[in-house]
Design a protein around this ligand. Sequence first.
Ligand code: GDP
Ligand code: MN
Length: 392
Amino acid sequence: MKIQEADAKSLLVAQGLPVPAWEVARTAEEARLAAERILGGGADAVVVKAQVLVGGRGKAGGVKLAANASEAEATAARILGMDIKGITVRKVLVSGAADIVKEFYLGAVLDRAVGRILLMGSAEGGVEIEQVAAERPEAIVRIHAHPHLGLLDWQARQMAFALGLGPHLKAAVAIAKGLVATMLAYDADLVEINPLAIVRTTRDGGESLSLQCLDAKITLDDSALARHPGLEELRDLDEEDPADRAARAEDMSFIKLDGTIGCMVNGAGLAMTTMDLVKRAGGEPANFLDIGGGARADKVAAAMGLILADPKVEAILVNIFGGITRGDEVARGLIEARAQQVRDVPMVVRIVGTNAEEAGRLLTEARFQTAASLDEAAVKAVAAARIASGRA
Ligand code: GDP
Ligand code: MN
């Protein structure tokens, strides 16, 4: 689950990382009031930032500086409603504008290959890190954290020196360690600060430099959300795909893919196998869908709705292994779902296990195309899709 910059910043602050104060506004008026408060607190200018769950907002015109409150209002009015990479901006973050001396990248990801958290840093911050990784991989410093102890002091110092942050050693070490601590505290898959910046502050004629997290991106592990009361509330329903929401409400795992064969399966392993066989039969799966164990008729109907909502689907392959899930229940669900179906899509059904005979009888009566083996089901579904799309 991706969370918005403002929420990510809250999590960083909770772990003690330095983040300039901010407010979130949903209207231009709210942005003006927020700017008034922030400017009143001593800031020389504010930055107004689109809150959308995509990167590169700056390049897309979603990050702008404003010199005073009325300018902040006008800027917010321009950014709110803006389309950034297909997402409509519904809120902005207003923060004191930082006087940036230099930008860095600092991010942590879960390195599944070695089962450790990988901390990555680069003195070439601000720009897209993927671009740096592709063009100048040597410009990225990589350090694996200790699996139990997190990032050790000497590792954090190593990172700080490698980035040229020696003059800010204490702050840099605290931030590097805090980043890894944030990963561990919330079971995050990714915590990224880009830019981490050296910021100049002028007060009473004197100048001081500090390190500040000016942007924050956090992705949380969905499977671990149950361990962290409160994090679920950070899900941004404004940006959730309707299909994802429906699947979550029904407690099903649904992942949309690019192919034309819709797959309805119970069990994650069986779903993977089904997708493999669709590919072997020359087709491309349109989705991964695990309807879970004990799925009853109404859940089957809901799953069918999810699959058919994808206009690319040309045929559906249903592969159910009856255990706790009763085959006849699934068959009834399919018959019910087809009766409500807005779109006529060929369907091939294979049901084995608990109450398979009863299921077979119901499906034959309802004139469904059935298959005895999974291979046969995949071949039939791919052929049906070809005919449906006129490619036969
Ligand atoms: P992103 O484009 O979605 O990654 O959004 P960022 O928050 O990283 O902002 C993009 C760029 O805008 C940064 O790399 C900075 O160069 C600039 N920027 C962001 N906040 C400030 C700020 O407070 N002051 C100044 N001067 N520039 C900022
Ligand atoms: Mn950024």
